[in-house]
Design a protein around this ligand. Sequence first.
Ligand code: FES
Length: 126
Amino acid sequence: MISSTLEKYQTVAIEDVKVWYKAALVNKFPKNGGACVKYKEKQIAVFNFTREGNWYACQNLCPHKMEMVLSRGMIGEENLEPKIACPLHKNTFSLKTGENLNGSLGAIATYPVRIIDGYVYIGFSE
Ligand code: FES
């Protein structure tokens, strides 16, 4: 059960995007914070990193205790790497590569984001 939940989340490279899912208006997302978007069976955490001027998306599922919480975490930077800290036990993950930056957990899946005409789109391969 746990592994099948995790298997839903696979990093999508921009060249593999087949569907740009129109998630919501830009102003629905807090500045320097996250929100959760549902796409099919997936929960995706989307971050409006205004300090950097970038958007990021990753699985909402924290692989530590399998909790759907990453959209409520704090974003920040470590050695110029944008990161998300899980609100529960502060494991941190790169928002670019998904890598666990402060431990040995598996990487989280990340997804491309683009903004067109005031809307946020997330890239999926299916
Ligand atoms: S559940 Fe995320 S760090 Fe423990």
